[in-house]
Ligand binder design. Sequence first.
Ligand code: PEP
Ligand code: CO
Length: 467
Amino acid sequence: MSDPLPIPEPPRMFGSSWTPESWRGRPAAQEPNWPDAPALDAALTELRRQPPLVFAGEARQLTESLAAVAAGDAFLLQAGDCAESFDAFSADAIRDKLKVILQMAVVLTYGTGVPTVKVGRIAGQFAKPRSAATETRDGVELPSFRGDMVNDFAFDAEARQPDPKRLVQSYHQSAATLNLLRAFTKGGFADLGQVHQWNLEYVATSREGRRYEAVAQEIERALRFMDACGIDLDAETQLHQVDFFTAHEALVLEYEEVLTRRDSITGGWYDCSAHLLWAGERTRQPGGAHVEYLSGVENPVGVKLGPDAVPQDVLALCERLNPARRPGRLVLYSRMGADRVEEALPPLLRAVRMSGHPVVWACDPMHGNTFVHDNGYKTRRFEDVMREIRAFFAACDAVGVWPGGVHVELTGEDVTECTGGARGLSDTDLERAYKSRVDPRLNYEQALEMAMRISRHVRGRPSSARY
Ligand code: PEP
Ligand code: CO
């Protein structure tokens, strides 16, 4: 169907040759080897016909919220599964994940005194970069599992073949997830009057649950106070609805390409698969396909930076991804590992600050602290995760940069994938409820504890820590 409105050409830089498919002319790390080209074409044709999952106007709204983070006036909470899966798909799991994020956000807003921008790693986070292209078990070598968007986790030759029908299934699961998230966040569930109801039963009696309850009671008292002062709380939409945005790693570029649509208002191109997209530590080459793709869409975008990132690369990324220096357009996620932050992060913070690029600095305290335990489980220690956050804050404070947020992997379930935290999960607990097929996530209690500790930390910083 043709669009009845004339669509102006998007603003282009002189000499720019970006199109939604121009990434195809660049080297793409981590690309699956799709074995059946006609099947891939059929899946992409089907996806091209599907409606957008998010609107350009919403992505612009997130850019605005992130501009407030870049200016030091808000905090970013980005959280969700390492990878969503087709099997573990249920309304309860989505609701519980949203509950933890809302609870963390309330704790952070209450503690930091600035708004929390809420972004889920959800409704599209189906593809994973892998450190090795193949996996060998008992002498049998097969392609690595790359997430449900690409292949199946089962260790057999057929299951591990990339299957393009999975692109279509990912789209539909994302649509259903997003539909539920929209209903929850706009339909009363996220009402601040419900703060008590978000506390999941199994933590209500734990230390973190009780601490959360105390915050919830304070909020309730504040609402009653405002009501008593004659403020019409019903009329304040902000108290009854929540802006919740979605994000995933833009890894399988064929999928992102076909969901890239021209905005009929501005004429710009938007990746309508999510509000925010990021490139990972393994796909952030300034001349590579992923950065090329992200450079041309108008959504806010992010890049993960590991301990080997050097100022020159980071400045090249800032120039490639945000030449117009729009505040809120670019998020840089530091994921150094607790032991490396102090040495690796300050040079990057200083270089970006000197360049004048208005980025959001956020901390991913998970991916630099993963290790495989002797018992075979891939895990993280809660204390390492917290240590990385503290070191991130200290580095930002020392350079005079606002520590803008955190990006974490968590679940609303009572899993035992990361050790430590209030219940002191030990190595031997890992086997009890280890459900992740990729990276270990914080469980509900650990996630709440993290939010409490961050807000105490922010509150306790000297008021001279200005940015
Ligand atoms: C991730 O976010 O799940 C991830 C793989 O991150 P990174 O690219 O930083 O390792
Ligand atoms: Co991960």
